[in-house]
Write a protein that binds this ligand. Sequence first.
Ligand code: ZN
Ligand code: ZN
Length: 133
Amino acid sequence: MPQQMINQQAISCDQCDYHINNVHPQPYVMDQHGNRVTANSLSHTFENIYGVSKHTINAVLNGQINDAAAEALQKMILNLSGKLYTHSCQECAAHFTLDPAKDKHACPHCWSQRIAQINDGDHCPKCGEGKLN
Ligand SMILES: [Zn+2]
Ligand SMILES: [Zn+2]
C-alpha cells in the first residue's frame, strides 16, 4: 500500500547498529476497547470504527459546523485520537512510541523517566557517539 509508506521514515546510527523504523509522528484513533489504531487518515479511521461519516468529521474539524452536536463530536474526536511520537530511553536504550499529551512520561520497559523524543540528527541513545540520520 503506497499510502502506508508516507509515514515511514527509518533512521539509523552511523556508528553502531541502532536503528528505528519510523520516527514520524503517527496519528491514531482509540477504538471501543481502548486499543490505539494507527491511522493515515483520522476521519477515515473514525468512520471505520465509530460509523461517523468522514465528511461530518472533516466538516467539524475544519470548523464548518458549529452547533452543539458538532462541539460534542469534536470533543469526542479529540479525546479518542492523538499522535504517537517515537521516544528512546536513556537508561535501557529501548525505543517506543507514546503520546506526550496523554501518556506517562516514562519508559515502558524499565520505567525510567529519562526518555527523549527521537529526531533526525540526534545523538545516538545507544552508543552516544554516532548521529542518527
Ligand atoms: Zn528504559
Ligand atoms: Zn550508535
